[in-house]
Design a protein around this ligand. Sequence first.
Ligand SMILES: O=C(O)CCC(=O)C(=O)O
Ligand SMILES: [Fe+2]
Length: 382
Amino acid sequence: MAEVINPVIPNRADDDKYVYFHSGSKVTYRKIAEKPTSFTSIPTIDIADIDSESLEVRKQIASRIYDACHNVGFFYVKNHGIPKHIVDSTFEILKRFFSLDLETKLDAHVQKNPAIRGYEPMLETRLDPRTKGDIKEAFTMGDCVMEPEQDYTGKTGLPPPPNITKPQNIWPRNAPFWREGLYQYYNQVLPLAMKLVRIFALAFHLPETEFDQMFKFPITGMRALYYPPTPADGDSHNVGLGAHSDFSWITLVLQDAVPALEVLNQDGVWIDAPPQPNTLVCNVGQYLERQTNGKFPATVHRVRNKTGLERYSLPFFLTMDPDVDLGVMDCCIEDGEEPKFEKINVGDLYIRRVLPARDKHPTSIRYKDVPQDQWKYDLLLS
Ligand SMILES: O=C(O)CCC(=O)C(=O)O
Ligand SMILES: [Fe+2]
């Protein structure tokens, strides 16, 4: 029998769209995936000159940050200025804290704290509903007008607000090194983040101090994380932290030498963000995404620790003051474009995201019958 000639004829004009190949006796073809449209690595930005007296030099850093945030939503911060001995001692206390006995850590259980801060044991959160839970332990602290380490009056020139009578953080009573050590790092990373706030203003060709009035005493969260090795041969959905974008303005992550962080690009490909020595990872959060009308995407990421080693990390989340009403910046709306996000109150949006994410927490249970649009940030403070 004569062989049937397949009517598909390779066409040179289509060479860049299709691969033609023989399959058995037939000529056939396959469409080449669209050219990669998105990033394939995470850029590094050296900020050694962030304090330069030259505005031009500072603008150059800002311009690189603009490109990284626009194209990727993530970048490594090199020469961030946090002394190495503080980074080293921070990892020492992270290891020391998470290896404490459970009872000592549970003394500061997140369920005991109205602001949903404190210690979260293994599997307590579940960002990916296909999993048993996130394979990590965590401890969160953040902004608090009452804790002397944060010097509210020094920063704002105001006495602490009289309506706040309970500390927002909870600390394990039998591990005083933990509060002391975390504050050592906190009081380095917060000023660094505030320098970045100014550089971000420059990135939009705005006066450097444009955002200052939004960050007088910002909402912060610092989350110590311990990820044991995720079993390599187990369920492929196993994750240290399920895929998510950050609920912050920006996040600065201190990670140790164990690779596990992965960032999702627009083509749906997971890109590794392995540790680079002496850097922090900076990423765009949902508030900045809103403010920029999506020009800076809050890029999705996850943590999978497949190395067989224990991993520690310490993200610092910066969000503006809770009383700010945040809209899309005019400079981010192109001709003919509409704002994609409505104006919101920063603190109210915060509580409306934080409580549903922890629906078993006593604060969530307390307000479960109150309609969400009546949840005010102050509920977290009482
Ligand atoms: O552990 C990390 O490297 C990142 C953690 C993270 O993405 C988060 O806590 O939001
Ligand atoms: Fe994150």
